[in-house]
Design a protein around this ligand. Structure first.
Ligand code: PRP
Ligand code: MN
Ligand code: MG
Length: 182
């Protein structure tokens, strides 16, 4: 039903699962003995984060933040707004921010600066997808699943007008979907 709106698949659920396991194992090694606070950025990070933490064989805590820069537009406005803040005090904590995608980099640039200001001990980023061509600010993930081409991708947390987040793989939407729905 959802798949009929997809032009092509970029990363299958199997490829994502393999990559997530690799990332989880690497992170488990790197954070040995640390009890990191794993911070999911709502809403896109949810499916990837749910899978990733189950590949992290260690003590960890979870928290969430809702920050939005896109609204319903296809291109980032550059404006970052806190919709829901963390419940946890990050001072002295090792933070691992989880994202579905880094595009312009503005969301993460803002968050990394905010968490440093709040005196986090360390701040690292793990993202399922990275779109380096979209970057307008200098920010790089510490852990990244796949580099995506400069196309509008959906699935595995990524939305078009809040839909398609539950697609179990990452794909490119058929152009007629956003041409007719605008
Ligand atoms: C998307 C995505 C990242 C951010 C990346 O979230 O999930 O959080 O944009 O874009 P950037 O690198 O250009 O800042 P969005 O704000 O659309 O909210 P959502 O996760 O609820 O879809
Ligand atoms: Mn997001
Ligand atoms: Mg979005």
């Amino acid at each position: 039903m959802l798949e009929k709106d997809i032009e092509k698949s970029l990363y299958s659920r199997e490829e994502i699962a393999v990559k997530t396991k690799e990332l989880g194992q690497q992170i488990t090694k790197d954070y040995a003995g640390k009890n990191p606070l794993v911070i999911g950025i709502l809403k896109g990070a949810i499916p990837f984060m749910a899978d990733l933490i189950r590949e992290m064989d260690m003590q960890l805590e979870m928290d969430f933040m809702d920050v939005s820069s896109y609204g319903e537009a296809l291109v980032s406005s550059g404006e970052v707004k806190i919709i829901k803040d963390l419940d946890t005090n990050v001072a002295g904590r090792d933070l691992l921010i989880v994202e579905d995608i880094i595009d312009s980099g503005q969301t993460l640039k803002y968050l990394v600066e905010l968490f440093k200001y709040r005196q986090a001990k360390s701040v690292k980023i793990v993202t399922l997808l990275d779109k380096p061509e979209g970057r307008v600010v200098d920010i790089y993930p510490d852990y990244s699943g796949f580099n995506v081409p400069n196309e509008f991708v959906v699935g595995f947390g990524l939305d078009y007008k809040e839909n398609y987040r539950n697609l179990p793989f990452v794909g490119v939407l058929k152009p007629e979907i956003y041409e007719t729905n605008n």
